[in-house]
Design a protein around this ligand. Structure first.
Ligand SMILES: NC(=O)c1ccc[n+]([C@@H]2O[C@H](COP(=O)([O-])OP(=O)(O)OC[C@H]3O[C@@H](n4cnc5c(N)ncnc54)[C@H](OP(=O)(O)O)[C@@H]3O)[C@@H](O)[C@H]2O)c1
Length: 226
């Protein structure tokens, strides 16, 4: 069974991407910090006929992230698609917001660890086997500010732009290898409760883009606009 591993799997994009791939025959490895929340998602997906399993880990603890991906590989027999999209909907130690002029090494470092280094660590855990197989897909998610930054997200947008740059370059390096890498910039507020006037979309509206990038393999970046 082909397998998708979602790093930062929650009830929004995580669940919608799991359903998109799961309904097409993928097994789903769900990675986030809170085991109870992951177990709820596993149950939900199971009721829909999708095989999923939980592998708790924290992207800020890179050894735990690598261990979780290794356990997912052992459980499913390999990882065919990796998707990286953690979001600090409940507090993450050290994660705060700062405008560009407020940015300091201290408030940038945790964001870099969270957005960029976690993604690189996740990719390094699965890429060697993908290269050997000559097949695989690496998908990474940020907000629209990775492309067109907004001042209130100064210390988020800079590491997200670094991730974006690295993913596009990784895909160039992997050309002809059978492994495809792509970045998704979600340029909307997901779900309800966003700032007034800000465009919104549901996870279900956005998730098919991930299947398209995996299936068509024709671009290393997609921007989702409302
Ligand atoms: N929400 C928006 O409006 C919005 C807008 C633009 C782009 N995005 C992008 O969309 C993606 C998130 O989608 P979503 O908002 O719908 O979230 P989601 O998939 O519902 O949830 C993300 C999950 O990430 C997990 N997480 C948080 N910190 C973590 C950590 N340190 N290690 C491992 N897992 C962690 C959380 O679970 P635990 O707390 O259990 O760890 C959370 O449930 C992100 O890439 C974000 O940049 C979101």
């Amino acid at each position: 069974m082909p397998t998708l591993a979602i790093v930062g799997a929650g009830p929004g994009m995580g669940l919608a991407i799991a359903r998109t791939f799961g309904s097409r025959g993928f097994g789903i490895a769900l990675i986030a910090r809170t085991k109870e929340n992951l177990d709820t998602l596993v149950d939900q997906l199971g009721q829909e006929g999708i095989m999923a399993a939980a592998f708790p880990a924290d992207v800020l603890d890179r050894a735990s992230l690598t261990d979780a991906l290794d356990a997912a590989k052992a459980r499913f027999g390999g990882i065919d698609v990796l998707e990286y999209s953690p979001a600090p909907h409940s507090p993450v130690p050290g994660i705060t917001l700062a405008t560009p002029s407020e940015a300091t090494v201290e408030n940038l470092q945790p964001q870099i660890e969270y957005i960029f280094y976690g993604a690189v660590a996740a990719a390094r855990a699965v890429l060697p086997a993908m290269r050997e197989a000559g097949a695989g897909t690496l998908l990474f998610t940020t907000g629209g500010g990775s492309v067109d930054p907004v001042p209130m997200l100064g210390n988020v947008n800079a590491p997200a732009a670094a991730l974006r740059n690295w993913v596009v370059n990784l895909d160039k390096e992997l050309a002809g290898s059978g492994v495809h890498a792509a970045h998704v910039a979600i340029n909307v507020w997901i779900g309800e409760g966003g700032p007034e006037g800000f465009p919104t979309a549901t996870p279900e509206q956005i998730a098919p883009l991930y299947w398209d990038l995996h299936e068509n393999r024709d671009r290393s970046e997609a921007v989702f606009n409302a």
